[in-house]
Ligand binder design. Structure first.
Ligand SMILES: Cc1cc2nc3c(=O)[nH]c(=O)nc-3n(C[C@H](O)[C@H](O)[C@H](O)COP(=O)(O)OP(=O)(O)OC[C@H]3O[C@@H](n4cnc5c(N)ncnc54)[C@H](O)[C@@H]3O)c2cc1C
Length: 469
């Protein structure tokens, strides 16, 4: 995003004087009202959620964020916080009329504390910039995902993002050891010491992680770091179905302590990726399911991975073929088959995207029932599923369901929760799933969540309509 021209006059809907007040805080260049400049902030990555912002404001520091929130409160305006705008549930774009607070200028990269293996960074730092910063120290972040070029640290924490390494390091909340955030009244909550032991009451940092911008604006984050494991080896297994993929994963977990990722995709998804990217088939022939696994270590894990695959190929009938990539270019190529799914689906149309968590014991049953459930709700729609297999995290993407989005969502989420699953594994609730939250949360839980929201944001300033109705 470049800083561009600003228009002298605010849009007609502006509560009087707010734009002028915000310009006082951040400077005229960082309050955008020209629709040409605000447009990229107003539509989400999926193109499904869009709304006009009153204006876009780009503070560069915690005190500026606090002053912005106070100005918005004084003008009875509401605020939507946005990081990299890669969220997939519509939580970071306006519904209409809110001030959009972009964190991308809060991008300081702190010194790395090598003894503690921690770093403090601005919320607007893109994940890839943090990864590059840490590489020089032989360190890394425990979370990685395909949106790394744009997704910000603040956004990752606000959504408690998961991604490809949860198997080894857990989700984003597990990486957070400290945080600075501005609450709705402009007060600053600052806990950046990163103490591994600190039993002094409620875990407010943990509460803001995963709160999707509804409880405060995260401005700085202190993260625990993991060793940079540069020696990597990737295998792609072609399988006769999801049950075989689960059996192969269980066997590989037993044999490979260096296992870093276990990703699943199916024949339909591979076809779409190949027609979008022009990639050749990864192995000869067509197969119902594919499991991509990656091992990472300080020394080359290829030998152990090959040995484990050798043991499996004799013992497990569901494995039809396997290919192993040891050098970086071939590893990247194998990962493309999995990581290009989201963009390849979006290239065909605007999908209904559902990201669900399923107990592994029910995973194969749910994965095979999703297609028929969608067909019942939107006849003729096309369903593509893939996901992070170890966590039972299934990404259900439905193309060609225009006008039937809610029916599709309802059918899939009811199927999932009937099997003990969650309506959101990692993308969050956003605006997309608010109506279905009671499927995953009991009435006492919802009441507690509403009470927390009311006490930290009594006027409903932050992200109205997101997460909690
Ligand atoms: C190609 C692709 C692949 C993806 N893969 C994964 C994946 O594997 N795993 C996964 O979990 N997600 C994935 N995502 C979703 C997305 O990348 C994550 O949700 C990410 O955490 C969003 O970060 P962001 O900076 O883009 O946040 P945004 O999209 O800008 O915002 C997301 C939410 O967080 C809030 N927010 C953002 N910044 C702050 C802040 N500083 N303070 C308070 N609230 C804030 C917003 O209000 C909004 O509710 C993927 C997305 C794409 C496009």
């Amino acid at each position: 995003v470049t800083v561009g021209r600003t228009w002298a006059s605010p849009p007609a809907t502006a509560p009087g004087g707010l734009v002028a007040a915000l310009r006082e805080v951040v400077g005229a260049a960082h309050v955008l009202v020209d629709p040409e400049l605000t447009a990229t902030y107003e539509t989400d990555w999926t193109r499904r959620f869009t709304g006009r912002a009153h204006c876009v404001v780009r503070p560069a520091s915690t005190p500026e964020v606090a002053a912005v929130l106070r100005a918005c409160a004084a003008h009875a305006a509401t605020v939507v916080t946005q990081g990299g705008n890669t969220g997939l549930v519509g939580g970071g774009v306006p519904a209409g009329g809110e001030v959009l607070l972009s964190t991308t200028r809060i991008a300081d990269l702190g010194d790395v504390d090598r003894v503690a293996a921690q770093v403090t960074v601005g919320a607007g730092v893109p994940l890839v910039a943090l990864q590059t910063h840490l590489r020089a120290y032989g360190l890394d972040v425990g979370v990685d995902l395909p949106a790394r070029d744009s997704a910000t640290v603040g956004g990752l924490v606000a959504t408690n993002a998961g991604g490809e390494r949860v198997l080894r390091y857990g989700s984003m909340r597990a990486q957070v050891v400290g945080m600075e955030a501005v609450l709705a009244d402009g007060s600053v909550l600052s806990r950046l010491a990163g103490l591994p032991k600190d039993n002094t009451g409620y875990d407010l940092v943990g509460l803001l992680a995963g709160s999707e911008g509804t409880l405060g604006v995260i401005t700085r984050v202190r993260l625990r770091l993991v060793p940079l494991l540069a020696a990597r080896s990737v295998a792609l297994l072609a399988l006769d179905g999801i049950a075989a993929a689960l059996a192969a994963l269980a066997a590989l977990k037993e044999r490979l302590p260096t296992l870093d990722a276990a990703e699943l995709f199916l024949a339909e998804g591979l076809d779409l990726v190949r027609s979008h990217t022009g990639l050749p088939a990864p192995v000869p022939g067509a197969h119902p399911a594919y499991l991509l696994v990656e091992c990472a270590d300080r020394s080359d894990p290829s030998e152990r991975l090959l040995a484990a695959l050798g043991e499996l190929s004799g013992a497990m009938p569901g494995i039809s073929d396997a290919v192993v990539a040891e050098d970086q270019a071939s590893r990247h190529k194998l990962w493309r088959y999995r990581e290009a799914h989201t963009e390849s689906i979006s290239a065909v149309g605007v999908p209904v995207k559902l990201d669900v968590g399923v107990p592994l014991a029910a995973f194969a049953a749910v994965a095979s029932s999703v297609g028929p459930a969608v067909e019942g709700a939107a006849p003729g729609a096309r369903t593509i599923v893939f996901g992070h297999l170890n966590e039972g995290n299934l990404h259900v993407n439905v193309l060609g369901a225009q006008g039937r989005e809610d029916a599709v969502t309802d059918a899939v989420l009811r199927l999932v929760t009937a099997h003990g699953g969650s309506i959101s594994a990692e993308h969050g609730v956003g605006r997309a799933k608010v109506a279905w939250l009671p499927l995953s949360r009991s009435e006492p839980e919802l009441a507690a969540m509403r009470a927390i929201k009311r006490s930290l944001d009594p006027t409903g300033l932050l992200n109205p309509g997101v997460l909690i109705s």
